[in-house]
Design a protein around this ligand. Structure first.
Ligand SMILES: Nc1nc2c(ncn2[C@@H]2O[C@H](COP(=O)(O)OP(=O)(O)O)[C@@H](O)[C@H]2O)c(=O)[nH]1
Ligand SMILES: [Mg+2]
Length: 310
């Protein structure tokens, strides 16, 4: 099971960064191919278009160039190895690991982020995954702003057989959060997952609402919400770093979930976010099925991008 999950992870990232795979794959495939100035330029372009960010890209290139100067026989595979090493260094400590703390009754996870990031889908998938791990979960439909939001999360909850606390459209989001946490406690469930609204982060109102959710759940447990996980669309490139900054400053983000890494050629954005903000990545979204929410594995990610096997 574990092996096939890792395989899915790798397959997805191989698809996710085609430019990068192509450049290293091509050179790596022809083992005899030497690195020259033109290839280094191609590598540079591929790294930029995959959205690793300026700092990481520069670091990788500097090291490749230094190796190239030192040793004219540098091969594509050597360059890929250098890139993997740099990325390994940049991503040190980036894997968030969720283990339920039984002292928290319930443990409260608030999912936040802009509209369309994937919060609602992720909330459902996360609830499903935690249930697979043997935990009782109650989902809270705290996006009371959009009329369609309740219907969407209800459909998911029904499909996955997850308990849901919802309210009328337009109701107070913080009240739904309170009810969710209270319901989880009353029913002896281990985790409450709060889906929230995501109007533009530039509107102060949304951040106020999130703060209110936090204040209200803290009435039931001063440490709640224990997790404030930001859901970001991994295909947005450097925009997602800006979003992460805004939410982090206002709300103290404790973890990241990066969605839509399937079907994007810019799978590198999480590197820039982690590098700048040091927020660990807990899960990545690799598709639209419940099992497509996967714990983040730094090594699988790096291997998928820079590993030499096909
Ligand atoms: N391909 C893909 N689509 C995703 C993923 N996560 C979410 N989506 C899609 O992104 C869209 C927006 O998701 P939604 O959960 O409604 O975002 P929200 O506005 O943040 O609640 C939906 O069509 C989801 O199916 C993912 O990991 N991969
Ligand atoms: Mg939503």
């Amino acid at each position: 099971m574990f092996g096939s999950l890792i395989q899915k992870f790798k397959d997805t990232f191989r698809k996710a960064a085609p430019g990068l795979r192509k450049i290293f794959g091509k050179i790596g495939g022809i083992f005899a191919a030497k690195i020259d100035a033109a290839t280094i330029e191609e590598i540079e372009e591929a790294l930029y278009s995959a959205d690793f960010g300026v700092e990481t890209t520069t670091e990788i290139l500097d090291e490749i160039r230094a190796a190239y100067r030192a040793e004219k026989e540098l091969r594509g595979q050597d360059a890929a190895k250098i890139a993997a090493t740099v990325l390994g260094r940049v991503l040190a400590g980036s894997e968030g690991v969720f283990t339920h703390d039984p002292g928290r009754k319930p443990e409260v996870i608030a999912l936040i982020g802009v509209n369309g990031a994937g919060k609602t889908t992720t909330a459902a998938k996360l609830a499903w995954r935690l249930r697979q791990d043997g935990l009782g979960v109650v989902l809270g439909a705290c996006d009371t702003f959009r009329a369609a939001a309740n219907a969407q999360i209800e459909t998911w909850a029904e499909r996955l057989g997850v308990e849901l606390v919802a309210s009328q459209h337009g109701a107070d989001a913080a009240a739904v959060a309170f009810d969710t946490v209270q319901a989880a406690r009353a029913r002896g469930r281990e985790v409450a997952v709060l889906d929230t609204a995501g109007r533009l982060h530039t509107k102060g109102h949304l951040l106020e609402e999130l703060k209110k959710i936090a204040r209200v759940t803290a009435k039931l447990d001063p440490a709640a919400p224990h997790h404030r996980w930001l859901v970001v669309d991994g295909s947005l490139g450097s925009n997602s770093l800006e979003q992460a900054r805004v939410f982090h400053e206002a709300f103290g983000v404790t973890g990241l979930i990066v969605t839509k890494l399937d079907g994007t050629s810019r799978g590198g954005a999480l590197v820039g976010i982690y590098r700048s903000l040091k927020i660990p990545v807990y899960f990545v979204g690799l598709g639209e099925q419940p099992e497509d929410l996967q714990p983040f594995s730094k090594d699988a990610y790096i291997d998928a991008l820079f590993g030499s096997e096909a």
